[in-house]
Ligand binder design. Structure first.
Ligand SMILES: Nc1ncnc2c1ncn2[C@@H]1O[C@H](COP(=O)(O)OP(=O)(O)OP(=O)(O)O)[C@@H](O)[C@H]1O
Ligand SMILES: [Mg+2]
Length: 319
């Protein structure tokens, strides 16, 4: 479905010397190698998380895959097309949504953008009705679609952006930070929507997000990129198993304790705000420590959690 081979992208921007005539007649350029020979493939119906720090090359990659940018070198194939040729059947089968960029008509209600896209993509009346009803339902977007976009909240706007981008039922979705800046409720709505959409329409989705929770909830596979190079491509579970070194054990205690009474080994990190006791323990020591402490204290509840996914990913990038 998506094949990328030895893709390189170099941005060239004019360097300013500050001397007007020199800039005009003797232009020099600054080169920024944003993508360095990257390769990967994504199969039909896959949902892949594309993660990496600021400036890693995520948006650049997705813009190339969507035909917005031209690659400097390498082979790119999406649905059997070279994206930058911008063939109509290709454009009809993809969608690119950017959380940071508004694609709706600002002064008008979202419904106007929907009907505009319907015309652009030549969607039949019947199909349009069916698709739009389903999307509005999935995104619970009924109440605000007749108000000008500029009066909508960020969460409402993002939901409308998604509907507009999906009017033509694309097979391949590039979602660039679709939850950026949203509160936890709006974020959950969008995440649930993406999951449901992918299930229903068997869409192939490439998603970037700085919220690792989003990625964890949606993608089994992640591609990690840093400074224009791919540093990991595989199952998120594999990454967690390899890089997670500790677990967090939370105990609700019944009687107030002192740290002395707990007699914990020095390798355990303790946080205690009665009645919540939280212990960060190296993975291979969890059983010993739990057995030991639970024999000494009175408690009502114990839970064991993995290290936050953010910490695990950070470790991989720091490597
Ligand atoms: N139009 C441009 N001209 C010159 N350099 C650019 C241009 N767009 C991006 N870059 C540079 O290319 C590199 C990759 O940028 P890109 O936007 O792809 O990163 P990103 O992974 O999407 O980052 P973020 O997480 O901040 O969105 C960065 O060094 C960036 O400064
Ligand atoms: Mg980006």
């Amino acid at each position: 479905m998506i094949h990328v081979q030895n893709l390189t992208k170099i941005y060239r921007s004019p360097k300013k010397s500050g001397i007007f005539l020199k800039d005009l007649f003797n232009r020099t350029y600054e080169e920024n190698k944003a993508l360095k020979n990257i390769s990967f493939a994504i199969g039909e119906g896959e949902l892949v998380g594309f993660i990496g720090p600021n400036g890693a090359g995520k948006t650049t990659t997705m813009k190339i895959l969507a035909g917005i940018l031209y690659p400097t070198s390498g082979k790119v194939d999406v649905l059997g097309y070279k994206p930058f040729d911008k063939k109509i059947p290709f454009l009809k089968d993809i969608a690119f949504v950017m959380g940071q960029k508004n694609q709706l008509l600002w002064e008008l209600p979202p419904t106007d953008s929907f009907t505009l896209n319907k015309e652009i993509y030549e969607v039949s009346d019947e199909e349009y009705k069916k698709t739009i009803t389903e999307l509005i339902d999935l995104l619970e977007a009924k109440e605000f679609l007749d108000r000008p976009v500029k009066t909508l909240s960020l969460g409402q706007r993002m939901r409308a952006e998604l509907i507009a981008a999906l009017v033509h039922s694309p097979k391949v979705l590039f979602l660039d930070e679709p939850t950026i800046g949203l509160d936890i409720f709006a974020q959950t709505t969008i995440v649930n929507f993406i999951r449901e959409y992918q299930k229903r329409f068997k869409a192939t989705i490439m998603l970037t997000s700085h919220y690792m929770q989003d990625v964890q909830r949606l993608a089994k596979r992640v591609i990690m990129i840093d400074h224009g190079s791919i540093v990991f491509d595989g199952k998120l579970d594999t990454l967690v198993a390899k890089y997670s070194a500790q677990k967090i054990v939370r105990v609700v205690v019944t009687k107030q304790l002192t740290l002395n009474e707990m007699q914990l080994p020095t390798y355990v990190k303790v946080e205690y705000h009665h009645p919540q006791l939280s212990l960060t323990i190296p993975k291979d020591k969890v059983e010993d420590v739990i057995q030991n402490i639970l024999s000494k204290i009175d408690y009502v509840d114990v839970t064991i959690e993995n290290e936050p996914i953010e910490d695990i990913v950070k470790k991989k990038f720091e490597e």
